[in-house]
Design a protein around this ligand. Structure first.
Ligand SMILES: [Cu+2]
Length: 108
């Protein structure tokens, strides 16, 4: 299965959702992707908050839930993606192109 097909299936089954940041009053938390690293690597947010990933590398990266519930898809250089987290829990994620790139989100 191609990367694109896998992403579409994950997106359609997702508990979190992708929304433009301006529509909701919830807090947006930036996560930078630079030098093959998510910063901060572990972030704690409240239910309803949004994470905004910003890829500052020249290479493409994703933020992909290990549990398979959400995926930003590939972010090219200087591209951003936002995902809102409505369900409390812990989400371990990685880059689907570089599996050594790891991050964690705690939703309280
Ligand atoms: Cu990557």
């Amino acid at each position: 299965m191609s990367h694109l097909n896998r992403r579409l299936i994950l997106t359609s089954a997702c508990a979190a959702a992708i929304f433009p940041t301006t529509v909701f009053a919830s807090k947006t938390h930036p996560v930078s992707i630079a030098n093959m690293t998510f910063t901060p690597m572990h972030i704690t947010i409240k239910a309803g908050d949004i994470i905004e990933w910003h890829n500052r590398d020249s290479e493409g990266h994703t933020a992909t839930d290990k549990g398979g519930t959400w995926d930003t898809g590939t972010l090219r250089r200087n591209k951003k993606a936002v995902i809102r987290f409505d369900k409390p829990g812990q989400y371990d994620y990685y880059c689907s192109w570089h599996s050594n790139m790891q991050g964690k989100i705690t939703v309280t």
